[in-house]
Design a protein around this ligand. Structure first.
Ligand code: CTP
Ligand code: CA
Length: 221
């Protein structure tokens, strides 16, 4: 890092950020997905870029423009998202913010299911790959791997369990039972790691993103 890079402590670092929903085809005209807007992930990609990181934003379909200076790779399915993340390795940082569909419809989905006279067709689901867990256990593992968890009830205990299950370094836990968090502009998060829990006060989502990016820079110093 050069002396003039004080405001860009992540200069020379490469980060992968996943964001948005994934879309899992049932057939050529139908799909399974979720309501993720991608806002949180895009804000984090932007904040990492502002601090000087080279950012690859692997994104499912959203209505958002790519933040300036960030390289966006557009994907549809969880399997595409994993392949794009693996193609983006090596990296120093991975932040998995995407709302990955846990399951996808079984089968090729190549021909449209027709409405016949019989009963409704069965929808068989198979589990999707876990991108966060795969990156965490990769032989090209980024030095810092971070996941998100939107939980209700015992938020920190669930986050601790997820940290272990996924093998990542931090889980950013988010209490979505608090009014105004889902789809809102502010967020209250806790950073859960093997070192313990850091509880951050409520702040606009862009500020949470910048604070997280600064915390990441601190960790990689
Ligand atoms: N995640 C992922 N790939 C998946 C599922 C989840 O990368 N197939 C990541 C998310 O991006 C997030 C973290 O794992 O960073 C936690 O996601 P979450 O949905 O809370 O965890 P799950 O293990 O899927 O458990 P559940 O949905 O049952 O709470
Ligand atoms: Ca899930």
């Amino acid at each position: 890092m050069l002396a003039g890079d004080a405001g860009r402590p992540l200069a020379g670092r490469r980060a992968i950020v996943t964001a948005g929903p994934t879309v899992e085809p049932i057939d050529p005209v139908r799909f399974l997905s979720n309501h993720s807007s991608g806002r949180q992930g895009y804000a984090i990609a932007e904040a990492l870029g502002r601090l000087g990181a080279e950012v690859i934003l692997v994104s499912g379909p959203t209505a958002l423009a790519a933040p300036a200076g960030v390289t966006r790779v557009n994907v549809q399915t969880a399997r595409d998202m994993l392949a794009a993340c693996e193609a983006a390795l090596p990296a120093d940082i991975a932040v998995c913010v995407a709302a990955v569909a846990d399951w996808r419809p079984d089968g090729t989905g190549l021909s449209k299911i027709k409405k016949g006279d019989g009963p409704a067709p069965p929808l068989t689901l198979v589990e999707n790959p876990d991108i966060l867990a795969t990156l965490s256990r990769s032989d090209r593992r980024p030095r810092l791997v971070i996941g998100f968890a939107a939980e209700t009830n015992d938020v920190e205990a669930y986050a601790q369990a997820k940290l272990e299950k996924k093998g990542c370094d931090w889980i950013v836990a988010n209490d979505v039972s608090q009014p105004g968090v889902m789809g809102g502009t502010e967020n209250t998060v806790a950073i859960v790691s093997a070192q313990g829990i850091e509880r951050w006060e409520k702040a606009p989502k862009g500020e949470v993103a910048l604070r997280l990016a600064r915390r990441i820079a601190e960790e990689l110093k």
